[in-house]
Design a protein around this ligand. Sequence first.
Ligand SMILES: N[C@@H](CCC(=O)N[C@@H](CS)C(=O)NCC(=O)O)C(=O)O
Length: 343
Amino acid sequence: MRPHTLLFTAAAAVASLGFAGAATAQETLAQVKERGHLNCQVGLPTPGFYGLSDDGTWSGIDVDICRAVSAAIFGDPDQIEYQSVTSAVRFTSLANGESDMLSRTTTWTAVRDTQLGLEFTGVNFYDGQGFLVPVDSGITSVMELDGATVCVLTGTTTELNLADFFRANGMEFEPVTNENVNVIVEQYLGGGCDAYTNDKSGLAARRSAFPDPSAHVILPETISKEPLGPVVRQGDQNWGDIVRWTLNGMIEADELGITSENVDEMMNSDNPTVKRILGVEGNIGEGLGLDPDFMVSVLKNVGNYGEIYERNVGADTAIGIARDGTLNAQWTEGGILYAPPFR
Ligand SMILES: N[C@@H](CCC(=O)N[C@@H](CS)C(=O)NCC(=O)O)C(=O)O
């Protein structure tokens, strides 16, 4: 267990640009193994996604992706040093080698994927942008926000979509911006803006930590597509494959009904797909430079996609985002969660 956390400020991240040095292509796995831990970047603590407890333990659906990669490599989910940086510097911090991957509510977009030296490895939460307002404002629709002041985090797709949406609808707004989500939330709670905009999951996560969550409502409209997922540096395809197929494995195990509880029994299954994913037959780990049973370690230590969803953000958590009937349900259940086959 490595409870280390580096709390980077924007200034520290920029100051370190000169010496951190990006890992050379094709060797990230070897470096991580030699170092003995994974450097995984998360955001400023946010419940459900990358929450930080008083004793310094990180948890959340995005943290569980870091833990799954650690389990796939080391057979231990906690060989991780977490790096907590603001949204505004996240890509610089990853690109210059300070972290091996990021897993922090990051939207997959064309520009990020093609112009920043980064590679998106999949989607662990399908989301969209929304608006949070105080219930006592009486506002019930985004279309009532003409002329509003809107709190928004800089360096995000949120900021760009906000401008697009108001322009497209011939509406005016005044942004209240900061790169630190805690400052933005304080502004909103102190009445410094009429609405707070972010990914809807982010709004639910933040609201869960408000003094009175029931005094705030997420408006019904969704103004964008926000496919959120883990990201690596471009240039080391093996490393990208490790993160991609660890996530795919958790999604596939969810579809197949393999859980942290029943994985041992499932090793005796007659289902060829189950046998392949657990490394009982074939050796999918080989192409990744991992053990044949890497997914057994991921599933035992962290769980399948449904398990990490339910315990971190699901209907029974303070975040309370029911999975049924949403995009994050399996393709077999009306959602769009769909892992390519393990064969
Ligand atoms: N998905 C958007 C927005 C990401 C974002 O703002 N995430 C929210 C929470 S889910 C946040 O407050 N993150 C805290 C942080 O980035 O420090 C993007 O990739 O630009």
